[in-house]
Design a protein around this ligand. Structure first.
Ligand SMILES: [Fe+2]
Ligand SMILES: [Fe+2]
Length: 366
């Protein structure tokens, strides 16, 4: 039995967390979005819509016939609960944004694809909520929707951010999945078995948003200003994940992962994958890039320590300024346009309904 009081408290705490690294809720300018033209790539969008409508994961997110869920999970670490809460909010935030776009965008094919994408994210957040209930926790998503602040962004920035979030989401899920396939002794909850099929949805989402960016090549991809914006937003997505995972390192340790190695791998693969849309990539393998990231992690850890010790806002300003300077140093680094490093071909074995065919993780990098 889950105490309603604690669900409300947990939800309000999640809604009130406005720190840089907490998941956000977004809206965009639909008038500007409807001014964009997609008809010159109508066939590609129809094919993409079919990929969504075919829905290979229709029966995937069902737990009824998986006996692994019939266990006592009350002993699981608190870091797992925090991981689920962050994941649930992130998935739910996607569901809200995509549903809103589906309702307001004029192009019927794009609108329906957004609707199907909102369906996927709704399924994902619902599936995480069931895992939260396994550990006697929950989130009130309606309450969260009412309490959380919405950030409005230009469609271009929404497309950059959601594209990167979906692709990084894919690499986050697939890397946890393949690590736990190799080390099942750390798989303390069956939700991790589902990350293999689950992340195929995220990759499909990323490809749909990437296609919209390609359809706006001149407006959104070409030119110096766009390239600067892409660099800025790519970095924002990588650094946000980096600091958030530093904070959540107990969770990664609990499943036998070193958060730093995991993050560097996810950043490297996301960065290589995104090059096919952006046409360039950040130089994330440069030792200087990694050195600055490590320094940011040290500074951020120090900031958290001081905060925990009750330091006032003014006392944290020097560290925040140093973090900003580090960010700008990363931003100033040269980008690369040579061939990206190869992305591993992740095999995924479906875990439910008795299927055992190997699926390809993602198309090969160009
Ligand atoms: Fe999702
Ligand atoms: Fe997604």
């Amino acid at each position: 039995m889950i105490a309603t009081e604690s669900v409300v408290q947990e939800t309000k705490a999640a809604a009130a967390d406005k720190s840089l690294i907490s998941p956000r809720f977004y809206v965009t300018d639909y008038k500007k979005m409807n001014a964009l033209r997609f008809d010159h790539m109508a066939d590609a969008f129809k094919a993409m819509h079919k990929r969504f409508a075919d829905d290979p994961n229709k029966h995937f997110f069902k737990r009824d016939d998986d006996p692994d869920f019939d266990q006592d999970f009350s002993h699981l670490p608190k870091s797992f609960k925090d991981f689920l809460i962050r994941g649930c909010i992130g998935e739910f935030s996607g569901a809200l944004l995509y549903k809103e776009i589906a309702d307001r965008i004029d192009d019927p094919i794009l609108s329906d694809t957004y609707r199907l994408m909102a369906r996927d994210e709704g399924r994902h957040s619902g599936f995480i909520r069931l895992a939260l209930r396994d550990i006697s926790a929950d989130l009130d998503l309606q309450l969260l929707q009412g309490e959380k602040e919405f950030v409005s962004m230009h469609p271009k920035l929404i497309l950059y951010t959601t594209y990167l979030s979906e692709v990084i989401g894919y690499f986050r899920y697939i890397n946890i999945y393949s690590h736990l396939e190799a080390h099942p002794e750390h798989r303390y909850h069956p939700i991790f078995k589902y990350f293999g099929g689950w992340c195929q949805d995220e990759l499909k989402h990323g490809d749909f948003i990437g296609l919209q960016l390609e359809a706006q090549k001149n407006l959104y991809l070409n030119g110096g200003v766009n390239r600067l914006l892409i660099r800025f937003f790519s970095l924002a997505v990588y650094v946000t994940m980096w600091l958030r995972d530093l904070k959540a390192q107990d969770f990664y340790a609990s499943i036998g992962l070193d958060w730093r190695a995991y993050d560097l791998k996810v950043i490297r693969e996301t960065n290589a994958y995104a090059q096919r849309v952006f046409g360039f990539r950040l130089d994330v393998d440069n030792p200087k890039f990694i050195r600055i990231l490590d320094r940011m992690a040290e500074r951020y850890a120090r900031m958290m320590e001081r905060e925990a010790a009750g330091a006032g806002k003014a006392a944290l300003v020097p560290i925040q300024m140093a973090l900003t300077a580090d960010y700008l140093r990363l931003f100033a680094m040269k980008v690369r346009t040579d061939a990206p490093p190869p992305i591993p071909d992740y095999p995924v074995t479906p875990v439910v309904k008795g299927l055992s065919v190997k699926q390809k993780g993602q198309p090969a990098t160009v």
